[in-house]
Structure formats: structure tokens, C-alpha cells
Design a protein around this ligand. Structure first.
Ligand SMILES: C[S@@+](CC[C@H](N)C(=O)[O-])C[C@H]1O[C@@H](n2cnc3c(N)ncnc32)[C@H](O)[C@@H]1O
Length: 207
């Protein structure tokens, strides 16, 4: 496993090895279907779109999206996470799983119609957010969407995870994206450290 100069991977690997993966609810997120409906209606996400997801963990969300007919490339930097995803979803058509680091430089440019994010932007160290946004933005086609489930409030403000509220999301996205949709989520069934979540969909501006 090569280490990037941004988010350290080893602490994430340790969490996977000892099973400290409280974010993993063993199934797709309870608001994923509504997020997709909003992306289709308000974001005009095309049928069969290519979707990219970094930090997919065991890829419950990504497998569900693939099951809806999308072409999903999902990656996680930790091999054990992807092994877990393959154990569950190896036969899911439309789902491509890879061990890879989103901060690595060799990303395919402007290849995707959408990026999906659940518990990645809110999981990484806050000082790495701008670099993460830059990495996912470069993968998006002009007009492409970021479809995100963000943590609005967490139990421990010092993190992890680290809340991203509307003001912080505006600060991160507004330069290059327009907001298509924002709404509150019902509370997560298994809250762990997350007290409140929200959905948002951003469209990358065409230059
Ligand atoms: C909080 S978990 C969220 C997992 C999944 N999205 C979910 O909702 O179940 C964050 C994931 O990001 C992965 N990760 C951390 N840094 C990464 C990086 N630089 N590139 C790709 N994945 C990374 C971790 O291994 C972990 O599985």
C-alpha cells in the first residue's frame, strides 16, 4: 500500500483490521433512494450514468446504485475494505471495486457524470477537504454532480467524524459548483457519533 502525502491510510487500515467501523450499517443508507430521486429530478442525472465513489468501505451504497442501472467505480484505500465489499457484492453487475487512494495523482480526468459521497468528506481530516474536492472535481464532466450525504452535527466536534454544515459546504463547493438540492435527513437508525445528517447535490459549472 503506497502512502499519499495527504490523508494517512495506516490509521484507516487499523480500524478495518480491528473492526472499528461504526459507520458501516451493513446496508445502503436509509436516505440513498431519496438522494437518487433528487439527483434524477433536480440534477438531471442521466439513466446509466457513470458514478465515482471514494472511500466506499464495504460498498453497500455503491452496490445499490449499481443495482439501479448505473456504472459505478468505487474505491477504498484499504485492501480489507475492498475484500469485504467483494465478499458481498462481487457479482453485482455495473459495480467496479478497486483498492486505490483518491489522493493519488493519476485520476482519469472528466470521466464521470456524478460523484457519490457518504462519510468520506466528513471522515477525512478537515485540512484535506480542499484537496479532496479538487480530486473529485477533476474526475467530473462539466455539468456533473456531487451527490452527498453529509454529517451536519456530530457528538464530538473535535472529530472524527467531522461535521460539514451548509456554510462549510458552500465554502468548499461554491467556487466551482451550483447547489441543486439540499434537505434534512431523518435521524440515522444507528446514530453512533452522528447526530444529524443532510443531503446535498451540487452541479459542476461548465467553463
Ligand atoms: C468513514 S468510512 C466510510 C465508508 C463508506 N463510504 C460508508 O459509508 O460505509 C471512510 C472510508 O474511507 C477510506 N479512505 C480513507 N482515506 C482514503 C483515501 N485516501 N482514498 C480512498 N479511501 C480512503 C477508509 O478506508 C474508509 O473505508
Amino acid at each position: 500500500m503506497t502512502q499519499n502525502q495527504v490523508e494517512k491510510i495506516e490509521p484507516w487500515r487499523e480500524r478495518w483490521l480491528i473492526g472499528r467501523t461504526g459507520w458501516d450499517q451493513g446496508r445502503p443508507h436509509h436516505e440513498l433512494e431519496r438522494l437518487l430521486q433528487q439527483a434524477t429530478r433536480e440534477g438531471r442525472l442521466p439513466a446509466g450514468a457513470r458514478i465515482f465513489s471514494a472511500g466506499c468501505g464495504r460498498a453497500h451504497n455503491e452496490a445499490w446504485l449499481a443495482g439501479q442501472g448505473y456504472q459505478v467505480d468505487a474505491m477504498d484505500a484499504v485492501p480489507e475494505a475492498i475484500e469485504g465489499a467483494r465478499a458481498l457484492y462481487a457479482t453485482q453487475s455495473g459495480l467496479n471495486l478497486a483498492v486505490a487512494d483518491v489522493f493519488a495523482a493519476n485520476a482519469p480526468a472528466a470521466a464521470y457524470d456524478a460523484v457519490f459521497d457518504r462519510a468520506m468528506l466528513c471522515a477525512i481530516q478537515p485540512e484535506h477537504r480542499a484537496t479532496y474536492i479538487q480530486r473529485i472535481t477533476s474526475r467530473l464532466k462539466p455539468g456533473g454532480l456531487v451527490m452527498a450525504i453529509l454529517f451536519r452535527r456530530t457528538r464530538t466536534p473535535e472529530g472524527p467524524p467531522f461535521a460539514v454544515d451548509e456554510a462549510e459546504a458552500q465554502r468548499l463547493f461554491a467556487d466551482q459548483f451550483d447547489l441543486c438540492h439540499a434537505s434534512s435527513c431523518p435521524p440515522p437508525p444507528n446514530p453512533q457519533n452522528v447526530l444529524e445528517e443532510w443531503l446535498c447535490i451540487w452541479r459542476k459549472r461548465s467553463l
